[in-house]
Design a protein. Structure first.
Length: 283
């Protein structure tokens, strides 16, 4: 198998042949990586030394590779060659475009090995891992609270400063949190996104209920008119147990107790009958 690669010198061709042969004679003495070209090894060594020889002349940033500097310069020039084909956004870096595409695709390739959460970006996963590790490095200098995320700390600081940067454009109200503003906006828009889930539907009418016992009570009371709860004192029937208890409290709160046993009665004549029958008293 061959390719069309050519070189002006024999050394160029020899170095290229290593690509096909997978020969990597240039070894890093600080880790186990190896490279086919000396230049690749030299660039790799900057990972260990921290050297960043390529400096931006418009800001104080520096980079280990010239390609990274060229990509960075697009930030200053406003150049965004990487365009999203699903919306009108554009990016200066191809990696930024790839991460943005996950907004459209819903892809979340970064999975937490300690729970079932997944994330679209590695940075979000790293931040999430602090929850499991108990790492709260972002400390409030005004109280003893600490947070896993810098954003959470910034929002908390507003409790102390009273800052409310999220302003409603339809009234004078302002809020410390974006979520509070979003909830407030529903007052103006009339939006009601939180619908009550009622999976239990009546087969005889169009009513639905969030709990099965509510459906049963509805069927009994409305469609069957069944009154299964009987008052032990007067025999009156009720649709619900709560109605029965209410009735007993109101109508039969005074009871007549037998002095010979634990029986009690709502009416005096019932007690007298009991005394005569059970204890032979009153004859």
């Amino acid at each position: 198998m061959c390719c069309v690669e050519t070189g002006s010198e024999y050394g160029d061709l020899s170095r290229h042949i290593r690509v096909h042969a997978r020969e990597k004679p240039h070894l890093c003495h600080m880790c186990d990586k190896a490279f086919s070209k000396c230049g690749d090894l030299n660039r790799h060594m900057r990972v260990h030394t921290g050297e960043k020889p390529h400096k931006c002349h418009m800001c104080d940033k520096a980079f280990s590779e010239s390609g990274s500097l060229n990509t960075h310069m697009r930030v200053h020039m406003g150049e965004k060659p990487h365009k999203c084909h699903m919306c009108d956004k554009a990016f200066s870096k191809s990696g930024d475009l790839n991460r943005h595409m996950r907004v459209h695709t819903g892809e979340k390739p970064h999975r937490c090995h300690m729970c079932d959460k997944v994330f679209s970006e590695s940075g979000s996963l790293n931040t999430h891992m602090r929850v499991h590790m108990g790492d709260k490095s972002h400390k409030c200098h005004m109280c003893d609270k600490a947070f896993c995320k810098s954003g959470d700390l910034n929002r908390h600081i507003r409790v102390h400063t009273g800052e409310k940067p999220h302003k409603c454009h339809m009234c004078e109200k302002a809020f410390s949190k974006c979520g509070d503003l979003n909830r407030h906006m529903r007052v103006h828009t009339g939006e009601k996104p939180h619908r009550c889930h009622k999976p239990y539907k009546c087969s005889l009418c169009n009513k639905s209920f969030s709990r099965s016992n509510d459906l049963q009570r509805h069927s009994r009371d409305v469609h069957n008119n069944i009154r299964p709860y009987h008052c032990p004192y007067c025999g009156k029937t009720f649709e619900t147990n709560s109605d029965l208890k209410c009735h007993c409290d109101r109508r039969h709160c005074q009871t007549y107790s037998c002095r010979h046993c634990v029986e009690c009665f709502a009416r005096r004549d019932q007690l007298e009958k009991h005394l005569l029958k059970s204890h032979n008293e009153g004859t």
